[in-house]
Write a protein that binds this ligand. Structure first.
Ligand code: AP5
Length: 233
């Protein structure tokens, strides 16, 4: 496990296609810098599992591998960022994912949407995890996760000690509903059409740092930590 530090790194945005390793790396940043992971996918899946109004609106869209509407997702993110645990910073995992979401986030951080209850003011470090297409397919089809603690495994790259069982909780590992082969293609297409322009936008405005996400997970983590330390040196 990474050494913990209370060093203030402010907000972090992790961009990257499905299977790039955003969730895996978010958890490691969270453990080291003690800031929360705000994963829009996890929050949506939780709402689907709980059968909330938001979950009912998102369920079919997610099952098709498409993106949930900007209005619903932005409202959900705003609520989450108002939580006091985000005051020192947070990791946005899976957000922003459309040009509209990126514009909304800029406005939020520019203080137009928040007054007294706003989260930390600092602009985020935006990192893009770049991964080869065939590697993405292997990562997505091999992913398993623990329904109890959320730990992510991979049958090819990061297998549990006992097949199908979480090392920490002993729970039976599950496969995500949208990791089925027929849903992977629409998810990757949604990334190319709607999210790649977001990365291009951050690139144009000089705010994007590229990370070689093809490397083994520990090496990717080391590169991310170096970037975070350098940016805040
Ligand atoms: P979301 O949950 O965000 O899924 P995603 O973006 O498709 O990303 P994944 O969770 O599939 O991959 P990841 O990059 O986190 O990779 P991981 O670390 O797990 O979104 C799901 C759905 O919710 C969307 O399709 C949409 O419908 C909706 N949604 C979410 N946010 C939205 C938004 N903002 N707007 C609208 N709709 C939204 O790693 C993958 C696997 O690879 C794991 O098995 C892992 O062990 C392995 N692995 C990781 N790193 C490495 C490595 N370096 N080497 C080898 N294996 C590795």
């Amino acid at each position: 496990m990474a050494q913990k530090t209370s060093r203030d790194i402010g907000p972090v945005v992790l961009l990257g296609p499905p299977g790039a390793g955003k969730g895996t790396q978010s958890k490691r940043i969270m453990e080291r810098y003690l800031i929360p992971q705000v994963s829009t996918g996890d929050i949506l899946r939780h709402n689907v599992a709980q059968g909330t109004e938001l979950g009912r609106a998102a369920k079919a869209v997610m099952a098709r591998g498409e993106l949930v509407s900007d209005d619903l997702v932005c409202e959900m993110v705003k609520k989450r960022l108002c939580n006091p645990d985000c005051r020192r910073g947070y990791i946005l995992d899976g957000f922003p994912r459309t040009a509209a979401q990126a514009g909304w986030l800029d406005a939020l951080l520019d203080d137009k949407l928040f007054d007294n209850s706003r989260p930390t003011r600092a602009w985020p470090i935006v990192m893009s995890l770049d991964v080869d297409y065939n590697q993405l397919l292997l990562r997505i089809t091999g992913r398993r996760s623990c329904p109890t603690c959320g730990r992510i495994y991979n049958v090819h790259f990061q297998p549990p000690r006992v097949e199908g069982i979480c090392d920490l909780e002993g729970s039976r590992l599950v496969t995500r509903n949208d990791d089925r082969l027929e849903v992977i293609q629409p998810r990757l297409a949604a990334y190319e059409e709607q999210t790649r322009p977001v990365a291009d936008y951050y690139q144009r405005t000089g705010r994007l740092v590229s990370v070689d996400g093809d490397r083994p997970a520990d090496e990717v983590t080391a590169q991310i930590f170096r970037i975070l330390e350098d940016q805040h040196a």
